[in-house]
Design a protein around this ligand. Structure first.
Ligand SMILES: [Fe+2]
Length: 200
């Protein structure tokens, strides 16, 4: 599914040298001929991070929901700038065959992981934050929520790279997750299930 050394050399080199601008990097992506591996997705995001100022031109927010702004797409890679007002979050989802890399341009991203409980429902496995300037890469079957839960109340802007482009993903309803109160007071579980969401 993934291939080694799919990333054009000029982009890999650029991550170290900052030798060309955003337009040149995007133009080089047209030469991709295979899906990117997880290390290559990270390398591409490192290269794009050098063009933070140019990328900020793609920022668009939506007061109702986090906003997905497409920067580039071909058969092998999809680049989007996601903009999050305080409190906005994704549903619980996986990536259905795509590697997903996230570079936090500004603000602080929160990620909550989930995994099957053995009984069907998902259980939360942990949470961590990703500060501005950092990159996190998810495998295709990683299941999580990404949110802007920053205590500071600031906006969040994240650059996402999917390879191959995300065609669909499994979205899990929160009522299908399993939450246990480990004081023993309450416990709630429902049957597992998910539905597919087609990506625009
Ligand atoms: Fe995700």
């Amino acid at each position: 599914m993934t291939s080694h050394a799919a990333l054009p050399k000029e982009i890999a080199d650029q991550a170290e040298t900052n030798s060309c601008g955003l337009v040149s990097t995007l133009r080089a992506l047209h030469h991709l001929n295979a899906h990117l591996s997880e290390p290559e997705v990270r390398k591409l995001l490192e290269s794009l991070a050098l063009h933070r100022d140019e990328l900020s031109a793609f920022e668009r927010f939506d007061p109702e929901s986090y906003c997905r702004n497409r920067i580039f797409s071909n058969g092998f890679v999809d680049l989007l700038l996601l903009c999050w007002k305080p409190g906005q979050k994704t549903p619980i989802h996986d990536h259905s065959g795509s590697v997903c890399g996230v570079y936090v341009m500004r603000g602080e991203a929160s990620e909550i992981g989930f995994s099957p409980s053995g009984h069907g429902p998902l259980v939360p496995t942990g949470t961590h934050t990703v500060a501005a300037g950092n990159i996190t890469v998810s495998s295709h079957d990683d299941t999580h929520v990404v949110a802007n839960y920053a205590k500071s109340g600031e906006e969040l802007v994240t650059l996402h790279c999917y390879s191959p482009p995300l065609q669909s993903m499994r979205v899990f309803a929160e009522k299908e997750t399993f939450f246990a109160d480990y004081t023993g007071a309450t416990e709630r579980a429902t049957t597992s299930g998910y539905f597919h969401v087609e990506i625009e």
